[in-house]
Design a protein. Sequence first.
Length: 218
Amino acid sequence: MITHFYLAFSDDQGLSEDDVTYLLMLAENSPKIVGEHQTGGDYATGDEIRDSTICWIHDERAYEMLKHFIATANNLCGWHYDASKIEGIQVASYKPGQHYNWHIDGDSDHHAAKKLLPADRELPILINETKDSIFEGLVRKITIVVQLSDGDEYEGGDLYLARPPKDGRLDIHGETLSQFRKKGTVIVFPSYIRHKVDPVSKGIRRSAVAWVNGPPFK
């Protein structure tokens, strides 16, 4: 079991107001789609697991603003994972009733290594597939979440992280902190950590998520 299963940066240690505004501007100008969840090597249907609207951001400035948090958490938490390729940034919006139930962002073993697809392959593309050769053979190892909304802009919608199983017991409640709701807070954790977003009851919660890829664990 790992000792530190996440690290949160908030207040003056989190993302600046200007950087949050920049991410929101990119998201505003990006096509929106319904968020889907993959299960058993395919996409889950319905909204039992996930109900949200998302868009994708591929922007060098946005990638650069996240690298410090990723490197710092990877070092201070003692993970020292070989992970450096940011897969993309996904901005999600949760309106009243929307949520994302317990899930992990990706397995990290050799079975999860991304397979290279032909450039003309149409969507959807699964977690263990890619059309970009730099991600071939890699897996998601580190997840980074950026809070883009002020906590008083919405009700509900709390992010929970589950402690890794210990002594055969599964953490069914998870852990959340008040600073998770502060605009600009950045939370970094291994991609195999279970987490969820509770249903929003009022307002809109916005967050950005990115995944850092590297070779499968040995």
